[in-house]
Design a protein. Structure first.
Lengths: 223, 792
């Protein structure tokens, strides 16, 4: 099993009132799954993804990632864990405007132990695979949205993670571009065995996945 | 990773050029300033410190009705007595003061050269580390017929130091002429020595000359300075208190106590107050160190403020990096290295600027500094730069790197109150400092102007004075007559002493009323020739000056106003006073004139006609615009009496200016520094305004779509900064008021501090700040609102 969430609660306190963002989430994810998180805006999809990706903390419950109890880990250890196993894809790409395509993709490797020749090889591989070799020296603002998201995905994949967390990866793209991205995810999932959890609004996107989890007001509901 | 961070660093610079250049200009000019001041301070601190021995100077301390006076002049017999009776003293020497025999004639083979000389005892070159090129330090002054000369004098007179040894030089001082053999040659005295001289004669020769000219060598004739070296391990403080009454024990007529100071500290702590050494030039060393520190702080604040602002712009970068697995430590390291790198670039620029500016700086300060970094200085500079970098980088490195990446990426981070206040507080602090500096500059320059334009009670322009040398002594009358024939010479006269700068002879014992008990009141005394008062352009308040036609004037006396006031005489003219067993009739009262620096009160003073044939100085007033021809003719007349002598004269005005050298230097320098401070502060304000406008772009866009006018928006945006500068002015004014009062209290004659001084400084500061901010706000309010809104 890749990860397991049981009875996860997350809340914020404002003026003495608790507002729940996540209420009793229970999920088991096996390696190789492709899961879609659905729900209206504000239902807690991003919050849940951030908790899974260890970018955000939760207040109650137990979370095991590869049998490690996340809630008990020290920050340093947690960073090690997600550096190694998790890649993020964001709706608004979050590429560094001041770095070229090549440098953006290379970035995650800088936080791990790779020699410069290894890095070169890995990035070249990735550029090849995504067919963006010709664009490697451009800056993000010189690319279309779809191309930017491709770079975002390439960056997420560069350190060979087991799990890709994608938060509305196609939210800013037109339908043709969306389809391409979804095809890519499917391919990654089927051919490379990468586990994917994506948050999405669209039924069409969700259909690419093997399983759909519905959220409403921070609670899991039956589809 | 490093390459990556460097890339981000340089691309950031490219993207936010203004911020970077503001940072760079501000920081490098601040550092330049600090470097220059540091060079100056180190040089000041090193004056007279090159002597290997710890040399102590012994001073005479007198109690007078006007307070305690400490004087260089000590008994000529003191050094030998100390050496003989005090086991702690291993070396002692008397030394005549360098200003006594300045530009005095030396004759070699009938050719006269002028040079400055001192007399000193045999251990002089052992006590002081003036290295000898020829001769050995414990022998050069043992024989009474020797003379030790400087390297350049040796070259001038004999071609080389080796050639000088054994050669004869004839000197002519105090009515004594003698021929001495060169026994040694010393390296030219370095410029960081306060004692400057070209030749040294044995002190025994001086004693003989004094006795020959009718003087005495004993415990109450006070003339030369005394320097000693103590045995190693002697407690100087204890020793100083032990010898306080030393002279009094030797002779019952002695009234002076002895005071001991370190020779090397005299330069910086040259002023005495109540018999104790207090700061003199050290005040300026402190002043400039503080200014340097202020400027560095102001520059650092800019740097900090702008790096913080810049870091907030780069929040996304932090968020992405953290989401991609960068640890906090990596981020902290990155930001610190960026700010340190920036400071080093600034240092590089600063070093270049310093090298370019050193000549100008030397001109202003009258120093000969060079930019040579030794190990200590390099270390100091590097640590300053490192500290600057660390300070500036600390906020983004420590504060911003702490945030949760999710909230950063969601743009949930608002500048916290404390952050805003710190930033505003820094601007307030900066401008408070600037206003203090501006007011300081204003007052210093007003005071210097005041000093220079104040009616001195005499006309110092176009007056020269020169010594009475050679045969002039015997033929004074004839020379004066000859000089009076020159049409370009308005007036010429003799005086016992030059009146500006030098210590005028002080005397007591004046009796002006029958029931007077106090006879110790001290007066300055000047014995003058006819026409002196006219030559100097002094103003008579009552009565008349001395006249050649009135023979009784040999027992006439003229006082200054101050003296009349002190004596309390209502109708002074015709009043009789008794001095030295002679009755003098007061014939005139002079308006007070300033013969000392305006730091000091005018003393009571009187004038008598010189009636003995004592040596004197000559003063001449030259017709305006005829200086050159007058001086040529005078030199010709002079050489008729003194063939082979060169005619050396000094303008009174330059002596007068010399009293204010320090003030004038401070005046010029502080102008530069204050200008720099305000420029750096404005750069900071400019940067901050740019940043604020950028952040409020959306707000400005919304306001414009809602129909608010440009002027309104400009006003709204500017008012925020105006408030900050206003607060800074309110803080800066009282501080500068206190500081300026403190500084001015050192002058007996000074400008009144007026309200407008402060108001105008405030208005100037506000004006400059406004211009800086409004240029930014106008650009911001001119932007197309749709563009701004779309970008969000
Ligand atoms: N830090 C927070 N403080 C308060 N409310 C939050 C915070 N983060 C998210 N929320 C709220 O939680 C709810 C879920 O947000 P989110 O997970 O972003 O929803 P989704 O991604 O499904 O649109 C929203 O109503 C949002 O306003
Ligand atoms: Mg969301």
């Amino acid at each position: 099993m890749l990860l397991e969430l049981s009875e996860i609660f997350k809340w914020v306190t404002t003026g003495g009132n608790r507002t729940y963002l996540l209420k009793g989430i229970n999920i088991e994810v096996q390696e190789g799954e492709f899961i879609s998180l659905m729900g209206p805006s504000g239902s807690g999809k991003s919050t849940l993804l951030n908790v899974i990706g260890m970018l955000d903390h939760f207040d109650e419950g137990v979370y095991h990632f590869l049998d490690e109890p996340v809630q008990n880990l020290k920050e340093k250890h947690r960073i090690e864990l997600y550096k190694k196993y998790i890649g993020f894809v964001f709706q608004s790409y979050h590429l560094m405007d001041d770095l070229t395509v090549y440098e953006n993709i290379e970035m995650p490797l800088l936080y791990q132990k790779y020699s410069s020749s290894e890095r070169k090889a890995l990035v070249a591989d990735m550029l090849d695979r995504f067919n963006i070799v010709g664009k490697k020296n451009l800056f993000p603002t010189q690319l279309s949205g779809g191309q930017q998201q491709l770079v975002g995905i390439a960056r997420a994949l560069i350190s060979k993670p087991k799990l890709i967390l994608a938060d509305e990866p196609t939210g800013n793209l037109n339908s043709k571009q969306s389809e391409e991205i979804m095809q890519l995810f499917k391919k990654l999932n089927e051919e490379d065995g990468v586990t994917i959890i994506q948050a999405t609004h669209s039924e069409a996107n969700a259909s690419y996945g093997s399983r759909t989890i519905h959220l409403l007001d921070g609670r899991m509901v039956k589809g | 990773m490093i390459k990556h961070n460097l890339l981000l660093f340089f691309r950031n610079i490219k993207k936010y050029k203004t911020t970077f250049f503001i940072n760079l200009i501000g920081l490098s000019s601040g550092l330049t300033c600090v470097l220059l001041i540091a060079l100056w301070v180190v040089d000041e601190l090193e004056v007279d410190t090159f002597h290997e021995n710890t040399v102590y100077q012994i001073w005479n301390k007198f109690e007078t009705p006007e307070g305690t006076r400490v004087m260089t002049w000590t008994p000529p017999v003191l050094p030998d007595a100390m050496l003989a009776q005090l086991p702690e003293v291993i070396y002692a020497t008397a030394q005549t003061l360098p200003e006594w025999y300045k530009n005095t004639p030396l004759r070699v083979n009938g050719k006269t050269t002028k040079a400055s000389g001192i007399f000193a005892q045999k251990d002089y070159f052992t006590i002081f580390s003036y290295p000898l090129i020829e001769g050995s330090k414990n022998q050069v002054l043992t024989d009474i017929n020797t003379i030790v000369i400087s390297e350049s004098l040796a070259k001038k007179l004999f071609g080389s130091p080796e050639a000088a040894i054994g050669k004869a030089i004839e000197w002519d001082l105090m009515k004594t002429q003698a021929t001495h053999q060169v026994s040694g040659v010393f390296k030219d005295i370095p410029s960081n020595s306060t004692t400057q001289f070209d030749y040294v004669l044995p002190f025994e020769a001086w004693k003989n000359a004094i006795i020959h000219s009718g003087g005495e060598i004993n415990w109450v004739s006070n003339n030369p300075a005394t320097y000693i070296v103590l045995k190693e391990g002697t407690d100087a403080k204890e020793f100083a208190s032990k010898i306080e009454g030393f002279s009094k024990l030797q002779n019952e007529d002695v009234t002076a106590d002895l005071v001991m100071t370190k020779y090397s500290s005299n330069y910086l702590y040259g002023n005495f107050k109540n018999g104790k050494q207090v700061a003199g030039r050290m005040d300026y060393v402190y002043l400039f160190s503080v200014i340097a520190l202020f400027i560095l702080i102001i520059a650092c604040i800019n740097f900090m403020n702008l790096s913080t602002a810049n870091a907030s712009r780069r929040l996304k970068e932090i968020g992405v990096k953290k989401a991609l697995g960068s640890s906090r430590k990596t981020l902290i390291l990155q930001y610190f290295s960026e700010s340190i790198l920036t400071s080093f670039i600034a240092l590089l620029v600063a070093c270049i600027l310093t090298i370019i500016m050193i000549p100008t700086f030397n001109d202003i300060t009258g120093k000969s500094l060079s930019f040579e970094l030794d190990l200590v200085k390099t270390g100091l500079v590097l640590s300053i730069v490192l500290l600057t970098g660390v300070l500036a980088g600390s906020y983004p490195a420590l504060h911003l790197s702490r945030f949760n990446p999710v909230s950063i990426l969601k743009d949930q981070l608002k500048s916290s109150w404390s952050e805003l206040w710190i930033r505003k507080g820094l601007v307030i602090f900066q401008f408070s400092l600037s206003i203090v500096l501006i007011i300081a500059v204003l007052l210093v320059s007003l005071q210097v102007q005041y000093v220079q334009s104040k009616s001195l009670g005499l006309d110092k322009d176009n007056v020269i004075y020169f010594g009475e040398e050679g045969r002039l002594k015997q033929h004074k009358k004839a020379f004066l007559e000859e000089a009076r024939k020159i049409p370009e010479i308005v007036n010429i006269a003799t005086t016992s002493q030059n009146i500006i700068g030098a210590d005028i002879n002080m005397t007591a014992g004046m009796v002006w009323s029958g029931d007077q008990e106090e006879r110790r009141s001290r007066f300055n005394e000047l014995r003058i020739g006819h026409d002196f008062i006219e030559t100097m352009g002094m103003v008579l308040k009552e009565g008349r000056a001395f006249s050649k036609k009135i023979t009784t004037d040999s027992t006439s006396i003229i006082f200054n106003e101050k003296a009349i006031k002190m004596m309390g005489l209502d109708t002074p003219i015709g009043h009789t006073v008794r001095y030295g067993d002679i009755d003098y009739t007061i014939i005139g009262v002079l308006e007070d004139f300033h013969f000392k620096s305006l730091r000091e009160e005018v003393n009571p003073m009187f004038f008598r006609l010189e009636n003995k044939k004592r040596s004197s100085e000559l003063v001449a007033r030259i017709a305006k615009g005829k200086e050159e021809i007058a001086l040529t003719k005078l030199a010709k007349a002079y050489s008729q009496f003194n063939p082979g002598y060169s005619f050396d004269y000094t303008f009174l005005d330059s002596d007068f200016q010399a009293q204010y050298v320090a003030e004038q230097q401070v005046n010029k320098l502080s102008k530069y520094f204050a200008g720099l401070a305000i420029v750096i502060s404005c750069l900071g304000l400019f940067g901050l305004a740019t940043f604020t406008m950028e952040r409020r772009r959306k707000e400005i866009g919304i306001r414009k779509t809602l129909g608010q006018g440009k002027t309104q928006i400009t006003l709204l945006l500017s008012s925020e900064f105006v408030k900050l500068v206003g607060i800074a002015i309110l803080i800066g004014l009282p501080i500068s008021f206190m500081l300026s009062q403190n500084w001015l209290s050192g002058f007996a004659y000074k400008i009144d501090i007026k309200l407008w001084h402060f108001l105008s400084a405030g208005v100037i500061t506000m004006g400059i700040a406004l211009i800086t901010v409004i240029t930014q706000t106008i650009t911001a309010s001119n932007k197309n609102p749709i563009e701004a809104l779309q970008q969000e």
